[in-house]
Design a protein around this ligand. Structure first.
Ligand code: NA7
Length: 545
């Protein structure tokens, strides 16, 4: 039972993904009494929930890991783009190496979080009625913790099984001989499709917008290869903080329009052959800000993909002559033979723009053109990104205002970490931070370091209560919109723009530069954490340790 004046913890972190685990490590080492809770049964964040066949990360080794030496020195990956099982094993390795297990409570969902103004602390209600209190609340839920499932008439009549990719049964599902209907062709849909095509009796992909997928170029990695490369890791980990996407490099300084066709295509070809997301993050300077430059990249992509599809009708649906949106303004995914599966007899594509779903029946999905028989429906339909998981935590601020009310007219957050009126709360990997535009661990470390430094600074000044200044919050929110308006991102109906969720305000939900973000946050810190009001504890006997 919580003492109403002295909190049980200095800080409670919610979420055991990269951000949460990093924060736990930092805050524990800084001497705070800290607890991490997660509804999942294992650490790993999205790698717990997204255990569908083929789920793997789109950042290559060693970008998608912590820069903590004792962790990477003692870890070896087996693939250049690791899969979910190996990523989960990595998280267990992190918790073992850093001795974090005693501070983690798994299988525990935070159902409600309310700030108590008088005591200046948070009361968290966990599943099962238990309540714990904390001075600081640090949600680290990731940007994709709330799955989105479209409302399709008749789904309740379906007699087969249906799952969202991010709520895949932990025990797995055998796809052999199944009649699989896959709705959604984003990064998750592509990965499921490639696996299902191998053994399903039938696989029908329901595509609304073609994904502009890039070759992954997966490789098996040996221990020797990695040991040989590890002397470069410290420099890579420093470098990734200084790039716009948190990767090892960023876009060129030269415009795609300043070079002749031969030079331009040679660079495109080099990126294509090297594989991964480089065609997105290491392309010409104006890829994401100039339509003409972007069109060159699209045309290159389209021709490469079309060369792999024999059927002209299919080629038109998968790689249209005209871009469905500027290249890279929706998240490209990485593929391994995706375009080849459509030549198989067991694989079909339904173009939802020409032939929309009308309803689901007991054994089939009905479209305007007819019925598609199925016994398993996979919803790879994405997430209420940025805000969904936070809203589901039922967070209420000092005056009883809920986060969902605070965001009724759109997302607002100072530095993408704090919402005015919600004192002593900082979220990591949240809306209006780089999160969705960033290689995950890079942002997790930048924000984790910043949050830890801020709380240490508060403690050193004897302060225990902070809130974001509404003016600073409004300026940051406006700045993200203005930076977004200089790019081509607003031209796509993407989750980056909040456009995938009916009724969600259209706004760029992430700040599109990791290095720019890190620099800004650094200046805020040097300036005495400007934009925050900080005061002495309501109950001085219980100041943060
Ligand atoms: P995404 O990227 O949001 O993809 C969702 C897919 O689902 C996309 O193809 C959508 O088509 C499609 N979709 C969404 N709603 C519908 C409806 N109502 N009907 C048909 N199709 C629909 O989610 P992912 O899980 O693939 O990837 C999320 C992130 O994880 C990714 O960006 C990486 O950062 C990793 P649309 O394009 O909207 O027409």
């Amino acid at each position: 039972m919580s003492n109403r004046n002295c909190p049980d913890f200095d800080a409670v972190i919610v979420g055991a993904g990269f951000s949460g685990i990093y924060l736990l490590h930092k805050l524990r080492d800084a001497g705070f009494r800290v607890l991490l809770v997660d509804a999942a049964a294992q650490p790993g964040g999205i790698w717990y929930w997204n255990c569908y066949p083929g789920a793997r990360v789109d950042s290559q080794v060693p970008l998608y890991e912590f820069s903590i030496p004792e962790v990477w020195e003692s870890w070896t990956w087996s693939e250049r783009f690791p899969g979910w099982e190996e990523l989960r094993a990595y998280f267990r390795h992190v918790c073992d190496t850093l001795d974090l297990w005693p501070l983690i409570r798994l299988g525990s969902r935070v159902e409600r979080a309310g700030f108590e103004e008088g005591a200046g602390l948070w009361q968290l209600q966990l599943e099962g009625e238990e309540t714990i209190s904390t001075r600081y609340l640090l949600p680290a839920l990731g940007f994709a913790s709330k799955p989105y499932i479209p409302d399709i008439p008749g789904i309740e009549d379906f007699e087969g099984e249906w799952f969202h990719t991010a709520r895949w049964p932990q025990k797995g599902i055998d796809l052999d001989g199944r009649k699989v209907a896959l709705i959604g062709t984003g990064a998750s849909g592509v990965q499921v499709a490639q696996e299902a095509a191998k053994s399903a009796e039938t696989l029908t992909l329901f595509q609304r917008t073609p994904i502009l997928a890039l070759p992954m170029r997966q490789e098996q990695l040996t221990r020797e290869d990695q040991e040989h490369e590890k002397h470069r890791y410290p420099a890579i980990f420093v470098q990734r903080r200084q790039t716009s996407g948190g990767f090892e490099c960023q876009s060129l300084e030269v415009s795609a329009l300043e070079v002749d066709e031969k030079v331009r295509n040679a660079h495109f070809e080099d990126l294509w052959q090297r594989g991964g997301l480089r065609f997105w993050y290491h392309n010409f300077a104006d890829l994401l800000i100039n339509r003409e430059a972007n069109r060159h990249a699209y045309d290159f992509w389209r021709d490469k993909v079309r060369a792999r599809i024999a059927d002209p009708g299919l080629a038109h649906k998968l790689a249209p002559s005209e871009p469905p949106h500027p290249f890279g303004t929706k998240r490209p995914s990485l593929e391994q033979g995706y375009y080849e599966i459509f030549a198989q007899d067991n694989v079909a594509l339904v173009d939802l723009k020409a032939n929309p779903i009308t309803r689901v029946g007991p054994h089939a999905i009905t479209t305007e053109d007819g019925e598609v028989e199925c016994d398993l429906i996979v919803f790879a339909t994405g997430f209420d990104a940025g805000r969904g998981g936070l809203i589901d935590m039922n967070i209420t601020g000092g005056d009883g205002l809920s986060l969902s009310q605070a965001w009724e007219d759109g997302l607002r957050a100072y530095l993408g970490m704090a919402v005015s009126g919600f004192p002593n709360m900082l979220f990591a990997y949240g809306p209006l931070s780089p999160s969705g535009f960033s290689n995950g661990p890079t942002s997790a470390e930048i924000q984790g370091d910043w949050i830890c430094d801020f709380l240490v600074w508060m403690r050193s000044k004897g302060l225990d209560l902070f809130d974001a200044d509404p003016q600073a919050e409004a300026s940051w929110t406006e700045m993200v919109a203005q930076v977004g308006a200089m790019t081509l991102f607003p031209e796509a109906d993407s989750w980056y723009m909040g456009a995938n969720i009916p009724g969600k305000k259209r706004q760029l939900i992430n700040f599109p530069s990791v290095s720019g973000y890190a620099a800004f946050c650094g200046e805020v810190a040097l300036d005495g954490y400007r934009g925050f009001t900080a005061s002495t504890p309501a109950n001085k006997d219980c100041a943060t340790r």
